[in-house]
Design a protein around this ligand. Structure first.
Ligand SMILES: Cc1cc2nc3c(=O)[nH]c(=O)nc-3n(C[C@H](O)[C@H](O)[C@H](O)COP(=O)(O)OP(=O)(O)OC[C@H]3O[C@@H](n4cnc5c(N)ncnc54)[C@H](O)[C@@H]3O)c2cc1C
Length: 239
């Protein structure tokens, strides 16, 4: 879906694969759900709730697809996608179909082996879930969605730009460093949530990255912590 990428102004020299239609299927079998990698994560979580299946509450409100969530090991404080993964089906660069076990996926905080091995295309994911109270799960998902609507900016962004350093909130560090409202061209550090850099007025990708670099420098000076990008920079960059 592109919810976590910043594409360079020079574009991408190469082929971009966008999976649609046949890769959006979701099927439930007892306590497992098999979802195509292009299925929306929120839809998979809603179906799990309808089937009284628990395990996707943490990632079920994250924008984007199942494939993107696997690559990013997306989630919230309630848990990340890896906790519910049984296996991941991929196609390799040579066209071979393989099924990777969860252990082979190299999941850790906001990362997975797919970030270091981008030649693997994820086609579907099998989730192993457990019995749960569907109504409570649905209510939880709805309350988190409402919380997001209240606390996150509505403009164009890639969500949190920086990863949280261990035991710290990147947004809080950026806020304390006085970066809220800082601008670069059409890009701005959100007043609502300091870890969101928003494209407010036709910002270029360079505007976004320059703003991110300035924020990173100020946070390092103020707190002695170098923030790491959560957003994936794709395409050709000068630096
Ligand atoms: C408003 C907002 C709120 C957000 N909140 C959160 C949050 O709470 N928690 C969180 O973790 N993230 C959050 N994000 C970031 C983003 O939603 C997640 O990273 C999401 O999982 C990205 O999914 P996507 O489908 O958009 O992936 P993309 O951004 O399109 O792709 C991410 C990476 O995965 C690769 N990729 C995607 N699909 C495949 C595939 N099928 N096979 C191989 N590689 C693939 C891409 O090439 C890219 O490198 C937020 C983003 C926004 C805009």
């Amino acid at each position: 879906d592109g919810a976590n990428v910043l594409v360079s102004d020079k574009g991408i020299r190469g082929v971009v694969i966008r999976l649609i239609e046949d890769f959006t299927g979701i099927s439930v079998n007892d306590m497992t759900i098999i979802a195509g990698s292009a299925a929306r994560m929120s839809k998979v979580a809603d179906i799990a709730a309808e089937c009284n299946l628990s395990g996707l509450e943490g990632v079920g409100t994250v924008p984007g697809t199942v494939g993107g969530a696997i690559v990013m090991n997306a989630g919230t404080h309630r848990g990340c996608i890896d906790q519910a993964v049984q296996d991941v089906a991929v196609v390799t660069e040579s066209g071979e179909k393989r099924v990777l076990t969860k252990d082979e996926c190299g999941f850790a905080y906001r990362t997975s082996r797919f970030q270091t091995d981008p030649s693997l295309v994820i086609t579907s994911v099998t989730f192993a879930l457990r019995p749960g109270d569907g109504q409570a799960i649905a209510e939880h998902l709805e309350s988190v969605r409402q919380h997001r609507a209240r606390t996150q900016p509505h403009g164009k962004s890639a969500g949190c730009f920086f990863k949280n350093p261990r035991g710290q909130s990147a947004g809080n560090l950026i806020d304390l460093a006085g970066c809220k409202g800082m601008r670069q061209g059409g890009a701005v550090v959100s007043d609502k949530h300091a870890n969101f850099l928003v494209n407010e007025d036709n910002a270029t990708a360079s505007d976004m990255l320059r703003l991110a670099e300035r924020v990173r420098k100020i946070v390092a000076e103020e707190h002695g912590i170098t923030l790491e990008y959560e957003v994936k920079l794709v395409g050709e960059w000068d630096h």
